[in-house]
Design a protein around this ligand. Structure first.
Ligand SMILES: *Cc1c(COP(=O)(O)O)cnc(C)c1O
Length: 378
């Protein structure tokens, strides 16, 4: 069994994807070919925002957004303590200080009450200027944007939605990657919408920021002139081949993959409901894109032993994430204050992510659940 079955997906979409790749090869427009523009238009339409700017990966997408806002030294950027490294790495790349905030124990997303406390603490200390909130849609579930937006308005902060795992999710019909002043996503192969290498995208309704972002992705070019450079940028583009691959994949994602992962999650919920596991929580009105199906093991469970047992039964299970951001050694010198994040600490000890993808069969799901239930009852 595969954790995320990219082979099965390729087999299902092989004719379209092979054709798309071959067309990209024959046209030989490997950088900024017409497929890139077509994909950007389709993505903007799908998300419901004015501008989509593709780039090289989800990490660059976050960095570019912070660069467009001229975030840097002396600025505080609030980031959930429980997330993938990039969410905090990018603020540090631009010279700002990431301030790690604990998460909600049910949604695993940034806790709005803790966020406000962290902002107040930074203001009180007076060393850094609060500038940006990076809200992550962890495991596919959009963050609590109603409350986060309210806090951003109250303290005059910019909102960056890190939708690397959130693509496809929604809140009352409004799509993930549309909630931030700027939102970003990743097309890393294992993400909800993945390409066959690295890729990313940035979304915004703001014309001025969109123009700056376009410039930043191509060495700070002026307008369309890449040899007239008016700001320090990056070389961060989505390859034509990757855009070509993403076009049929986006179609499949819209047509059935997103529904399928929600069915898979429903089956897991049903089969595991009577166990002592804490199952993923999706608040009313929210839709998850199920980047991960992550459970919390009951206190005292030997997680390593369970993972070993599952592996023996050919079931891959992963720990996302084993370490709070605030204890990553890379932040030893950039952190302003040691975060107090008990929920994250607890989650890092108890979470386990199970195989999750749109091509997972009912019998596989039952098999996974059976092995877990047996282990817990032993
Ligand atoms: C994967 C991921 C990123 C980074 O995306 P890449 O394309 O791998 O650079 C950023 N944030 C989160 C939450 C992610 O899961």
């Amino acid at each position: 069994m595969n954790f995320r079955d990219l082979k099965k997906q390729y087999e299902a979409l092989k004719p379209e994807i092979d054709l798309a790749i071959n067309n990209a090869l024959s046209s030989a427009r490997f950088i900024s070919g017409p497929q890139v523009k077509e994909l950007e238009e389709k993505l903007a339409e799908y998300i419901g925002v004015k501008h989509c700017i593709t780039c090289a990966n989800g990490t660059d997408a976050i960095t570019l957004a912070l660069m467009a806002w001229e975030i840097g030294e002396g600025d505080a950027v609030f980031v959930p303590d429980f997330t993938f490294f990039s969410s905090g790495e990018c603020p540090a790349i631009v010279g700002a200080t990431p301030i790690f905030v604990d998460v909600d124990s049910r949604t695993y997303n940034i806790d709005p009450i803790k966020l406000e406390e962290a902002i107040e603490t930074v203001l009180f200390e007076g060393k850094l200027v609060p500038k940006v909130v990076v809200a992550v849609d962890l495991f596919g579930l959009p963050a609590d944007y109603n409350r986060i937006k309210h806090i951003c308005e109250k303290y005059n902060l910019l909102l960056l939605e890190d939708g690397a795992q959130g693509f496809g999710g929604s809140v009352n019909g409004k799509k993930a990657c549309s909630f931030g002043d700027i939102s970003t996503t990743s097309f890393f192969p294992a993400k909800p919408l993945g390409c066959y290498g690295d890729g990313g995208a940035i979304f915004t309704d703001n014309d001025e920021w969109a123009a700056i972002l376009r410039s930043l992705t191509v060495h700070g070019k002026s307008g369309n002139d890449k040899y007239n450079n008016i700001r320090i940028g990056m070389n961060s583009r989505l390859d034509t081949i990757q855009a070509a691959i993403l076009l049929p994949k986006l179609k499949a994602f819209e047509e059935y993959e997103l529904d399928k992962v929600n069915e898979v999650a429903g089956l897991y919920n049903e089969k595991l409901s009577a166990s002592k596991l804490i199952l993923p929580y999706v608040p009313q009105g929210y839709v998850s894109s199920w980047a991960q199906y992550t459970v919390q093991l009951p206190d005292g469970t030997d997680r390593e032993q369970l993972i070993t047992k599952l592996k023996e039964k050919n079931i891959p299970a992963m720990v996302y994430y084993i370490k709070p951001m605030h204890s990553q050694g890379a932040f030893d010198n950039t952190r302003s204050a040691v975060a107090d994040c008990p929920v994250t600490e607890q989650l890092c000890k108890t979470v386990l992510s199970l195989p999750m993808h749109p091509y997972l069969e009912g019998e596989d799901i039952y098999y996974v659940c059976k092995q877990i239930l047996e282990f817990l009852n032993e």
